[in-house]
Write a protein that binds this ligand. Structure first.
Ligand code: NAD
Ligand code: DAO
Ligand code: ZN
Ligand code: ZN
Length: 373
């Protein structure tokens, strides 16, 4: 049976401090749990957000990371859906298949382990990580910035072993979030006009989704114009830097589109931009999807007449995708060549360099850094 193992991990001791490389004890997987050996992990804006202290759910010390790909190293009692050696993508949105949410057919937000996951714990209320006997908390139920990590079985998508984990790890968050928001949440149809705010990993993935949906016009908005080249390559048709205008950007977009867009997506986490994204939608039918995560306590506002006159405001988590039943198919579509992932990977590095990955993100120089173990 499995023993506690020593694992290299990047530990977040406290908000606002760089991550620190440590050797962590990782307990064997308990009932219904799986221990995996990480092969690669992306670094997402949400990791930086939690580290900054703006995340109301952030708990320290913890091991961040939620965009990973790994191989099953050992399984706990009662685990049947994966075996040692399986290739898996960790899911911060699990899928138990039996809770009210899973059964509703209306959402991907499984709530089976929500409470303990939000407290940085495994479903039995304890943690599998420690250093010198001191508990280290889990993060988003995934903690992928560690050579070995433990997850509940319901938080793993088993994927095609031929898929390169160094690339499909991006399907564990960013790419699925953006593509799914377009294809599942908004259900963008052929010929539609779309506006996408923020050209990070999420917004660029939304561009891919809109291109796959054959949107007629894909307008992208960013204050960092260096992001536009890749957006163009992925299918964006119009490029707007709000700094070039002295009127509200929604007015610019409404004029450009004969009354507004059919769909808009906020991929930044800025409540003012969320308002612009709603208000650039066409009267009578335009829909705006909030994807960005705003800081603790922030609020959105608009005039309610915007909604009375037919605009729709909604949100999307992990692209509305149910991880265990639907994510393996995203991997297959990637393998079939329907979309590219290497375009997103601007940097690769080792776990020891993870703080550089955060710096590159803050400087706007990276789309995704992928850490190879
Ligand atoms: P990122 O930092 O890589 O990209 C953000 C982009 O927005 C950058 O290109 C930046 O230049 C641009 N930007 C910033 N302020 C702007 C402004 N005022 N106007 C126009 N552009 C502006 O981030 P990311 O990894 O792509 O994540 C984007 C957001 O999505 C974050 O808030 C993240 O927490 C969130 N997120 C949500 C989900 C979900 O399931 N809903 C999943 C993952 C990430
Ligand atoms: O079920 O209440 C819940 C929590 C769902 C978490 C969804 C997270 C989506 C946004 C976080 C950014 C992802 C990295
Ligand atoms: Zn993420
Ligand atoms: Zn469930």
């Amino acid at each position: 049976t499995a023993q506690t193992i020593k694992s290299k991990a990047a530990v977040a001791w406290a908000a606002g401090q760089p991550l620190s490389m440590e050797i962590v004890d990782v307990m064997p997987p308990q009932k219904g749990e799986v221990r995996i050996k990480m092969v690669a992990t992306g670094v997402c804006h949400t990791d930086a957000f939690t580290l900054s202290g703006d995340d109301p759910e952030g708990i320290f010390p913890c091991i961040l990371g939620h965009e990973g790909g790994g191989i099953v190293e050992s399984i706990g009692e009662g685990v049947t859906s994966v075996q040692v050696g399986d290739h898996v993508i960790p899911l911060y949105t699990p899928e138990c298949g039996e809770c009210k949410f899973c059964k509703s057919g209306k959402t991907n937000l499984c709530q089976k382990i929500r409470e303990t996951q939000g407290k940085g714990l495994m479903p039995d209320g304890t943690t599998r990580f420690s250093i010198d006997g001191k508990d280290i908390f889990h993060y988003m139920g995934t903690s992928t910035f560690s050579e070995y990590t433990v997850l509940p079985e319901i938080s793993l998508a088993k994927v095609n072993p031929e898929a390169p984990l160094e690339e499909v790890c991006l399907l564990g968050c960013g790419v699925t979030t953006g593509m799914g928001a377009v294809m599942n949440t908004a259900k963008v149809e052929e010929g539609a006009t779309v506006a996408i705010f923020g050209m990070g990993g999420i917004g660029l993935s939304a561009v891919i989704g809109a291109t796959m949906a054959k949107a007629g016009r894909i307008i992208v908005i960013d204050i960092n114009e260096s992001k536009f080249a890749l957006a163009r390559k992925l299918g964006a048709t119009d490029f707007i830097n709000p700094k070039d205008y002295d009127k509200p950007i929604q007015d610019v977009i409404v004029e450009l589109t004969d009354g507004g867009v059919d769909y808009s997506f906020e991929c930044i986490g800025n409540v003012n931009v969320m308002r612009s994204a709603l208000e650039c939608c066409h009267k009578g039918w335009g829909e705006s999807v909030v994807i960005g995560v705003a800081g603790a306590g922030q609020e959105i506002s608009t005039r309610p007449f915007q909604l009375v006159t037919g605009r729709v405001w909604k949100g999307s988590a992990f692209g509305g995708v149910k991880g265990r039943t639907e994510l393996p198919d995203y991997v297959e579509r990637y393998m079939a060549g329907e979309f590219n992932l290497s375009d997103f990977i601007t940097h690769t590095m080792s776990l020891e360099q993870v703080n550089e990955a955060f710096e590159l993100m803050h400087e706007g120089k990276s789309i995704r850094t992928v850490i190879h173990f």
